[in-house]
Design a protein around this ligand. Structure first.
Ligand code: NAD
Ligand code: DAU
Length: 352
C-alpha cells in the first residue's frame, strides 16, 4: 500500500513517517514537503535511503504537482500534516497561515477529490484522507471547564488556530458534499524528538543548556495537555485503520501542566543530570517576560471518543516523556546545532 504524507519533514510528520515505516515495512511512503524553516531533511536522515521512501520537495498548493504525484503513486491513505504551526509566528506573519493552512488545504483537497472520484469502487472503499488538526480550534478553557469534546463549538483566538479551524471546516465540507472519506484529528500539545527549538519545551531545554534566559510568557500559569509525540502517532495509525469516515477524533494525554511547572521539571532534571557549578540551579535562568497577545489560558482534551470507539489511549507519562525528550536533545547535538541556525536566530530577534 502507498501512503502519501504532506509536511513529513516537520516535527510530528517525521515522527509519524518513522513510526509508520517501523510498523508497516512493506508500505511505500511518499513525503511531500515545502521545506519551510520548520521542515528539515535531517529529520529523516535515518530512512532517506530506504527503497520504500520517496521525498518530493513541493507545496500542497501546487495543483499540477499534486495531480501528477497522485496519478504516479496511487495512494490509499493521505495524511495532511503540512501547515504553518507556530502560534507566535502567526501573530507576526498571519498571511502565511491563511495561505498554507486554509488555501493550501483547499487546493490539496480539490486535487485529492478529483483523484478519489476516478478510483475504482474497491479503492474508494479503502481510501482515507486524514487531516491533522489541533485542540486550539476550540479556544481557551477556564480552570473549572470540562475538557474539549468533539462536539464543542469552535472559538479560535489566534490567526494560527483560526486558520486551522478554517481548514477543518473545508475538510468537513468535502466529506459532506462530495463524500470524500475524510477524518479529522484534533490533538493537544505534542513534545518529543525533532521538535523545532522555537517551541516551548525544546526552547527551555536549549536555553537552560546554553545558560540563556528561559522566557515564560505572562505569569506562567497557562495550562497545556502535553502528549508525547509517539502516542500521537499511534493514535493517528489507529484512526487511519479503524476510524469512521466523516468523523472527528480528539487526541489528548490527560497530562495537564502549568507552563512554569514544565520549565521547573526540565530544570530539576538538568540539575540532577548535569549539575551546574557552585550548587546553582538551571531554574535561575527562568525569567517572566511580556505575555503572548491573546494567550489562551488552558487546553484540555476529553479523549473518551477515541478510547471507547477505537481502543486507543496515551501511554507515556509526562515525567517519562520529558526524560526521553531531554535525553534526545542531549544526544543529538548536531541536529540541535543545525536547528539553532539562521532561521532560529532571525526568529528570536523579531519575537515580541
Ligand atoms: P512543523 O511546523 O514542525 O512542521 C510543518 C511541516 O509542514 C514542515 O516540514 C514544513 O516544511 C511543512 N510545510 C509548511 N507549509 C507547507 C506547504 N505549503 N506545503 C508543503 N509542506 C509545507 O509542525 P508540527 O508541529 O509537526 O505540526 C504538524 C501538524 O500537526 C500541523 O498541521 C499542526 O497544525 C498540527 N498539530 C501540531 C501540534 C503540536 O503540538 N506541534 C498539535 C496538534 C496539531
Ligand atoms: O495545542 C496544540 C498546539 O500546541 C499546536 O496546534 C501548535 O502547532 C503548537 O505549536 C502548540 O501551540 P502552543 O502555542 O501551545 O505551543 P508553544 O510551544 O508555542 O507554547 C506552549 C506554551 O508555552 C504556551 O502557553 C506559550 C508558552 N510559552 C511558549 C514559548 C515559546 C512560553 O511561556 N515561553 C516561550 O518562550
Amino acid at each position: 500500500m502507498n501512503i502519501f504524507v504532506t509536511g513529513g519533514c516537520g516535527f510530528i510528520g517525521s515522527n509519524f513517517i518513522r513510526y509508520w515505516n517501523s510498523m508497516f515495512k512493506e508500505d511505500k511512503i511518499i513525503n511531500l514537503d515545502k521545506l519551510t524553516y520548520a521542515g528539515k531533511l535531517s529529520n529523516l536522515s535515518d530512512i532517506e535511503s530506504n527503497k520504500n521512501y520517496e521525498f518530493i520537495k513541493g507545496d500542497i498548493s501546487n495543483s499540477k504537482l499534486i495531480e501528477n504525484l497522485l496519478k504516479k503513486y496511487n495512494p490509499t491513505f493521505i495524511v495532511n500534516f503540512a501547515a504553518e504551526s507556530h502560534v507566535d509566528r502567526s501573530i507576526i506573519y498571519p498571511e502565511k497561515f491563511i495561505t498554507t493552512n486554509i488555501l493550501g488545504t483547499f487546493k490539496l483537497l480539490t486535487n485529492v477529490n478529483n483523484y478519489f472520484s476516478n478510483l475504482s469502487k474497491k479503492k474508494q472503499d479503502d481510501f482515507r484522507f486524514l487531516h491533522i488538526s489541533t485542540d486550539e480550534v476550540y479556544g481557551s478553557l477556564k480552570k473549572e471547564d470540562a475538557p474539549f469534546k468533539e462536539t464543542n463549538k469552535y472559538f479560535p483566538n489566534s490567526p494560527y488556530s483560526a486558520s486551522k479551524a478554517g481548514s477543518d471546516h473545508i475538510v468537513r465540507s468535502f466529506n459532506k458534499t462530495y463524500t470524500l472519506p475524510t477524518l479529522i484529528s484534533n490533538c493537544s500539545n505534542n513534545y518529543g524528538p525533532y521538535q523545532s527549538i522555537e517551541k516551548f519545551i525544546p526552547l527551555t531545554i536549549y536555553n537552560a543548556l546554553n545558560n540563556k534566559k528561559i522566557p515564560i510568557y505572562g505569569d506562567g500559569m497557562q495550562i497545556r495537555d502535553w502528549i508525547y509525540v509517539k502516542d500521537h502517532c499511534e493514535a493517528l495509525k489507529t484512526i487511519l485503520l479503524k476510524g469512521k469516515p466523516g468523523e472527528v477524533y480528539n487526541i489528548g494525554s490527560s497530562n495537564e501542566e502549568k507552563n512554569i511547572n514544565i520549565a521547573e521539571k526540565i530544570c530539576n532534571f538538568l540539575d540532577f543530570s548535569i549539575p551546574l557549578k557552585r550548587n546553582k540551579s538551571y531554574s535561575e535562568f527562568i525569567k517572566f517576560v511580556k505575555d503572548r497577545p491573546g494567550h489562551d489560558f488552558r487546553y484540555a482534551i476529553d479523549s473518551n471518543k477515541i478510547k471507547k470507539s477505537l481502543g486507543w489511549e496515551a501511554k507515556t507519562s509526562i515525567s517519562d516523556g520529558l526524560e526521553l525528550t531531554i535525553k534526545w536533545y542531549l544526544n543529538n547535538k548536531e541536529w540541535v546545532k543545525e536547528s539553532s541556525g539562521k532561521s532560529f536566530i532571525e526568529w528570536i530577534e523579531v519575537q515580541y
